[in-house]
Every structure is written in structure tokens, then in C-alpha cells.
Design a binder for this molecule. Structure first.
Ligand code: FAD
Length: 494
């Protein structure tokens, strides 16, 4: 008889794992507490507008291709992908912005225009970033983080220095122009840490940005969730929504024997949690948890966010599909996130207007806007604070882009720390899991497999390889690989 796997959660990592496990012959059931699947990548629909609640940047298309090709499929079997041009623009002051277009040649020209001689330096920087991409994304991130030796290869030995310098140091050494340096430091924000705390090796994110480009799935990122749902179901995965897991059962032999969903027992052979790691362990009796509260407390978490989903009754000017607002000092905002957590005085923010390129996201002649302010996890979240910050960024937006938008708002909805906790059981309301700092990389991250309970596994942005949609797809593959291998070898390991 096929072994039964119960998976907690239906985010990218859980969906990914479910496909691999079903393909390997397991009987897989996903239990999702919310009424819709997708986790942080759910969708909000209102009055003819649709918004991706979480991820909006489709980077590293090769990782998505590799995922679907493992099932003899292609992304285009499920959704249409458009390469955005421009990829994004970055505002530094009123009417003053740099646009990043869709090819390296155009980006070199934009750099050169900003600072003579910078394109040559950029070429060198990107060549190294590409090399790191080939090592990291094509190989290293597909290793399960079981042992430090996984990272030791003839190629990585040559790059060891890049684990002990930082992106910030490398960028600032070469690029004296602050605006260009900020653009080069932006991609690692996806990894959840400051560039001054992110090893140089992670410059592969710069290659993902400039070298590979920014894509948009027609009708939004949620289409990728729907694609994975369709694939999972075609492989036999059963998905149950409105199913909150309240407990992971463990027997006297320290073996996971099932879960309790909405008060009902479900027995199974293997439990895999794709919910936030900290929360997943609270579903166990304290003696079965691997990581203490103080372990989590000491970790560097990626930021939380204050988000607004806004319907405008007109098309907006002077912005692109993705627009970043770096008109205030990044270091000061970063301190308020990482060093002395508090609401930032002058926050950087990001805005996305998917309806600029995608008619499906707003009614004709209208604009769908998503605004995101990165925040420290765990700080106070009140309606009054949300409103205060909405006013702050809308005023700045109006000044910087020379237009008034306040009176064109049809509706706005917000999402912040309390929602991350309520909707996803997120530790301190973090948005992107745990940061990829040097000491939170690979085998130093929380493990895919429990060290205390047999047949209990974890996947998602808090374990390997880290935060982001592509890493979550990979995390699902890695954990499914471990489960399959141990099952094939009849291993009953903890
Ligand atoms: C605002 C925001 C913007 C982002 N932008 C980008 C981007 O542009 N590009 C990018 O690549 N990445 C981005 N990310 C990161 C990316 O979205 C995440 O890394 C990824 O979606 C995490 O997937 P996951 O499977 O680890 O977890 P999740 O998506 O969090 O899934 C966990 C699931 O577990 C469920 N769950 C929790 N507790 C229980 C329980 N007790 N019982 C049952 N179910 C439970 C939750 O409801 C949830 O559905 C963004 C994230 C956020 C929040």
C-alpha cells in the first residue's frame, strides 16, 4: 500500500513537495487553514480589480522551468509569461528616476549615462554574478543543507572569499555613485537581510535581476499557484482548505503518526509541514521540538511589511509596472528594521501597478496599485499607524511623480504584521521568513527533517534554501527527495 503523507499548508513549497511526492507514489493530502490555497501568494479580488497579495516579482524563470520539466510540463502549459520592459524604475527625487530595461546592453548604457566608466565595472560585476548564479542556482541550492560538506566543491573553494565579504562592500568599492550602488544593493533585499549583512556570493541575485530580467505571468503570480494546483491534482494530490492543523501526533517511539485537523484525527505515515517552521513546532508537545524560543528569538528574520491594495479610478502617470522609491536614506530605514526595530521615520517603499501591462488586473481606464513598506517584524500594528503611513507614502508619491492620486482612490485594503500572524501563523508577523545571512545559510538554517521526531519533515522559506518563490519551489523538491530516499531505503531515521 502507498504510504500516506499529510502536508500542512498550501504555499509554493508545500505544493511543490506535494507534486514530487505524488509522482514518487505517495498518497498525498494537503491541509490548508485558509479558505484559498497559495499561502503568502494568495490573490485579492475586488470590484473588478485583482491583486497578488504577496509576491509580484517573477525572477529566475529557469527555476520555474526546471520545476515543471520534472513533470514533463512547461510553464506555458499553464500560464503566459511576459518579460517586462522596463523591468522597473527607481525614484531618487522629484521627477528624477533611473529606469532598468530588459537587456544587459541597455542597462550598461543607463549606468554609463549616470556615471562615466561605470558600465565597464558593471560588466565585470555581472560576469562574476553570472558565474555565482551558475554555481548557486544550478547546483548548490539543490542540496538539502544536511552537511557543510555539500558546499565544498572545487568551484566553491575558489569562491570562499566571497562568503566573508559582503555585497555592500563589493558594490561600494567599485561604484562611487550612490544611486547606482543602491540599485545594485536592491536585489538582495529579497533575501531578507541588509546588503552589509549578505555575503558577496549572493551577487547571483544581481544576475537574476539584470541578466535574466523581470517577468510577469498574465493575470498575476497567482496563476503559478493555480498551475501548481492543477499539476498536483493531476498527480492525485488531495487538497483540503479551511482545515487548520492543531496538533502533530507523535507516539511513544517518537514517530509522527498523524495530525489533528479541525478537531479530527487523520493518521498517516509521514507528516510534512510547509507552514512557518516556528509555528509547525508549536504543534508538537514541547519535548519533541528541536528549536527553543530563544533560538528563534536570536535569528535574523526577514522584514514584515505594510501593504496596501488600492483601486484607482484612472490610469497613473510616470510610473512603471514595478517602481521603487529610494528618495530617502536606506541605512536609516534599515536600522529601524534590523537594529532598533521601530516604525521608520522616512520609509523606502515599493509600488506595483500590474494593470500597466496586464488588462486583467483592473477594469478599463483604471489602475490597480500595490504599495509595500518593509517593516521590522514584531512591532506594534494598529489601524491608526497603517493610515498614518498610507498618508506618508501617498504624499511622497504625489510629489515624486508629479500627479495627484488621493482623490482617485476607489478603495484601499491593507495587510500588515497582525494579518501575517492571523493568516499564516507567521513568527512575529514576518513576511519573507528568515534572512539569508552568512550564519543562516544552507546547513546553518533550520533543517528539512526533524532531529527529534521520526517521519516529520519541514519545507518552506524558513528552511533551505531560503526566502522567495524560486527557493520555495526548490525547498519542496529537496524535502520530497529526502522523504523518498529515506522511504526507499526503509530508513526510519530521526
Ligand atoms: C508581501 C510579500 C511580497 C513578496 N514578494 C516576493 C516576490 O516579489 N518574489 C518572490 O520570489 N518572493 C516574494 N515573496 C516571498 C514568497 O512569497 C515566499 O517566500 C513564499 O511564497 C513562501 O512560501 P512557503 O511555501 O514557504 O510559505 P507560505 O506561502 O507562507 O505557506 C504556508 C501555508 O501554511 C498555512 N498554514 C499555517 N499554519 C497552518 C496550520 N496550522 N494548519 C494548516 N495550514 C497552515 C498558511 O495558511 C499558508 O498557506 C514575498 C512575500 C511577501 C509576504
Amino acid at each position: 500500500m502507498n504510504k500516506k503523507v499529510s502536508i500542512i499548508g498550501s504555499g509554493f513549497s508545500a505544493l511543490s513537495a506535494s507534486c514530487y511526492l505524488a509522482k514518487a507514489g505517495f498518497e498525498v493530502t494537503i491541509f490548508e487553514k485558509n479558505s484559498t490555497i497559495g499561502g503568502r501568494a494568495r490573490q485579492l479580488k475586488r470590484d473588478g480589480f485583482s491583486f497578488d497579495i504577496g509576491p509580484t516579482w517573477y525572477w529566475m524563470p529557469d527555476v520555474f522551468e526546471r520545476f515543471f520539466s520534472d513533470f514533463n510540463k512547461k510553464p506555458s502549459d499553464y500560464y503566459a509569461l511576459e518579460k517586462l520592459n522596463p523591468a522597473y524604475s527607481v525614484y531618487f527625487a522629484k521627477d528624477d528616476y533611473i529606469t532598468i530595461e530588459d537587456s544587459l546592453e541597455k542597462i550598461y548604457a543607463a549606468f554609463e549615462k549616470e556615471e562615466v566608466g561605470s558600465s565597464k565595472k558593471l560588466k565585470k560585476f555581472i560576469a562574476n554574478a553570472q558565474d555565482n548564479y551558475d554555481v548557486a542556482i544550478k547546483d548548490l541550492v539543490y542540496r538539502p543543507g544536511v552537511s557543510p560538506l555539500e558546499l565544498v566543491t572545487p568551484v566553491t573553494i575558489k569562491k570562499v572569499g566571497q562568503f566573508f565579504s559582503t555585497i555592500k562592500k563589493d558594490v561600494r568599492k567599485e561604484f562611487k555613485n550612490d544611486r547606482l550602488a543602491q540599485i545594485l544593493e536592491f536585489p538582495v533585499l529579497f533575501l531578507g537581510a541588509k546588503s552589509s549583512n549578505t555575503p558577496s556570493f549572493y551577487s547571483f541575485m544581481n544576475y537574476a535581476d539584470f541578466g535574466l530580467g523581470t517577468f510577469h505571468p498574465k493575470k498575476g503570480m497567482y496563476q503559478v499557484i493555480l498551475a501548481m494546483e492543477a499539476l498536483a491534482k493531476s498527480l492525485g494530490v488531495v487538497i483540503k482548505t479551511n482545515s487548520t492543523i492543531e496538533k502533530i501526533n507523535v507516539d511513544a517511539n517518537k514517530r509522527a503518526t498523524g495530525i489533528v485537523a479541525n478537531g479530527k484525527q487523520h493518521s498517516c505515515d509521514i507528516v510534512l509541514s510547509g507552514a512557518d517552521y516556528h509555528h509547525s513546532e508549536t504543534l508538537l508537545d514541547a519535548k519533541h521540538r528541536q528549536y527553543s524560543e530563544s533560538y528563534w528569538f536570536k535569528k535574523t528574520f526577514a522584514p514584515s511589511s505594510l501593504l496596501f491594495y488600492v483601486g484607482f479610478d484612472k490610469k497613473l502617470k510616470n510610473v512603471n509596472h514595478h517602481t521603487l522609491f529610494f528618495d530617502v536614506d536606506f541605512e536609516t530605514h534599515a536600522k529601524d528594521i534590523y537594529d532598533t526595530p521601530k516604525w521608520p521615520e522616512a520609509p523606502l517603499f515599493y509600488a506595483s501597478f500590474p494593470s500597466i501591462t496586464d488588462n486583467d488586473s483592473a477594469p478599463e481606464g483604471k489602475e490597480a496599485g500595490i504599495f509595500l513598506i518593509p517593516l521590522a517584524p514584531g512591532i506594534e500594528d494598529t489601524e491608526a499607524l497603517r493610515l498614518q503611513y498610507f498618508e506618508k507614502i501617498i504624499s511622497r508619491f504625489e510629489t515624486l511623480t508629479s500627479q495627484s492620486i488621493r482623490n482617485s482612490i476607489i478603495f484601499k485594503e491593507s495587510f500588515c504584521i497582525n494579518d501575517f500572524i492571523k493568516d499564516y501563523n507567521s513568527y512575529k508577523g514576518n513576511a519573507y521568513g528568515m534572512a539569508n545571512t552568512l550564519f543562516q545559510t544552507a546547513f546553518l538554517r533550520p533543517k528539512l527533517k526533524s532531529g527529534k521526531v521520526k517521519n516529520l519533515y519541514f519545507t518552506g522559506q524558513l528552511t533551505v534554501p531560503g526566502p522567495g518563490v524560486p527557493p520555495s519551489l526548490i525547498s519542496g523538491k529537496l524535502v520530497a527527495g529526502l522523504i523518498t530516499k529515506q522511504n526507499n531505503n526503509n530508513e526510519d531515521l530521526i
